[in-house]
Ligand binder design. Structure first.
Ligand code: PHE
Ligand code: ZN
Ligand code: ZN
Length: 446
């Protein structure tokens, strides 16, 4: 039942032409070159960037908000572009940072995110599709000083406006010359990006590299993802086997350097794939019809998904949900759910009942699972964790699956229109403990 098979894409959007993305990058390089070599927040190179975005988006028919970020240096601008139409109470957002560091022109970081989203937005506009949900694009100032522009934007929203944003995907460094394909998050944008990359047979991973503007949205309770080809971390040999490139070298050897320039620091294959992945996500989440009556209430359906607030609406064995530490440390935040790890015969459970709306096209259950064990066998399942949706067993994990936090995803479309109980049951035998640690769950409907 794990959703690992290649799926046929429905409602495929038009293609993004990578030559147009490269033309935007050439412009960004020119803005840097003619303004002291960079596009840092508060400089003329950054202002030229935001003016360019504003003009292109307005000419295409977007409603553009030029937001002065008063907490950013030089009162730099956030550019927010709304495509008119669709249900604004179901808004999907896509963003990138518009600034560079002062050391260089910032063509991969984050000209690549800036230019691909701009072109994806222009292609969507040119095709003028019938909208069901609402799409909004954002380009943030001050990311390199600590996510300042995106924080300013999120703080400017009312509670109702925040709740209306069903998912936010940030795109930061998506054309690293020695890069990979990292989609990190469980929101609807991440679900759609994985669907796209699966369809073109490009494997994705999640990443632990930190941080970008998704953090500003996540801190406000908005489901969000960081999508990247990688920054300064080094590529492993396993990743070279998967994607090619050079092991032991940074994903972007020019990260935050003067050599992050156009065209030398751009992987054009990656640039084109991400541009199309972005448009696929925006298009499939907001255009067309999702079925009879449409998808009236998309979004993330689990309560207390990261276990950060007490226990409700989860039902759990005593001590499972809490501020666990050591081998049971949370993936994000300060709390998680820790089943078993007792080293004695025990059964522990964690469950939540959830109502799934009918008429939507994707229903994805995701969570991160970390398993540590004292068992030494390589063949016998002594301690087990069973994951169920109603009476359907989605997967059984055991001491044989020990490893760091790993994203696990399941297609729950079979439960559309039903109320289903998700249940994790951990059963440990009499000796040698195994811990099953769960964090950052999501049931994403779109
Ligand atoms: N946001 C970081 C920067 O701009 C780099 C980064 C990109 C980190 C993507 C994680 C993921 O410097
Ligand atoms: Zn950076
Ligand atoms: Zn960046």
């Amino acid at each position: 039942m794990a959703s690992t098979s290649v799926r046929t894409l429905s409602a495929a959007p038009p293609a993004v032409n990578v030559a147009n993305v490269n033309a935007h990058l050439q412009q960004l390089q020119t803005f840097a070159s003619s303004n002291g070599g960079n596009r840092a927040t508060g400089t003329a190179g950054h202002t030229a960037t935001t003016t360019y975005l504003q003009q292109k988006l307005q000419a295409a028919g977007y409603t553009v908000t030029v937001q002065t970020c008063t907490t950013c240096s030089g009162s730099a601008k956030n550019i927010i572009a709304d495509w008119p139409g669709g249900d604004t109470s179901n808004t999907y957002m896509f963003g990138a940072h518009s600034d560079s560091v002062s050391a260089g022109p910032g063509i991969n970081d984050d000209g690549s995110g800036t230019a691909t989203l701009l072109e994806a937005a222009l292609v969507l506009a040119a095709n003028n599709p019938a909208m069901t949900n609402h799409v909004r694009f954002g380009w943030w100032a001050g990311e390199e000083q600590g996510l300042i522009g995106s924080k300013f934007y999120v703080n400017s929203l009312t509670t109702a406006q925040r709740t209306a944003i069903k998912a936010y995907g940030t795109f930061d460094m998506i054309a690293s010359t020695n890069g990979g394909y990292f989609v990190t998050g469980t929101d609807a944008v991440a679900v759609k990006l994985r669907e796209y990359f699966t369809s073109i047979n490009v494997p994705t991973e999640t990443s632990t590299e930190c941080c970008s503007d998704d953090g500003s949205f996540r801190n406000a309770g908005i489901p969000s993802s960081i999508n990247s080809t990688g920054a300064s971390y080094k590529k492993t040999s396993a990743q070279v086997a998967k994607w090619g490139g050079t092991a032991g070298q940074a994903y972007d050897p020019c990260y935050h350097k003067a050599c992050d320039s156009y065209p030398s620091n751009i992987n054009s294959t990656s640039l084109g794939r991400w541009a199309n992945a972005e448009l696929y996500a925006a298009w499939t989440l907001t255009t067309g019809t999702a079925g009879p009556g449409g998808c009236a209430s998309p979004g993330q359906k689990l309560g207390n998904p990261g276990f950060e607030t007490a226990t409700t609406p989860w039902t759990a064995s005593t001590g499972v949900i809490g501020a666990n530490t050591g081998e049971a440390s949370p993936r994000t935040g300060t709390r998680d759910a820790w089943l078993n790890g007792n080293g004695s015969t025990s059964t522990e459970t964690l469950s939540q009942s959830v109502a799934l709306p009918a008429g939507c096209s994707t229903y994805t259950l995701s969570f991160y699972l970390k398993i540590s064990t004292a068992e030494t066998t390589t063949s016998t399942q002594y301690d087990k964790l069973t994951v169920q949706a109603g009476s359907t067993t989605l997967q059984v994990f055991s001491n044989l699956n020990a490893g760091a936090y790993t994203l696990r995803s399941y297609n729950l479309a079979a439960f559309a229109g039903q109320t289903v109980t998700l249940k994790f049951t951990g059963v440990e035998d009499s000796s040698l403990k195994t811990s099953f640690v769960i964090d950052d769950t999501a049931l994403t409907v779109s």
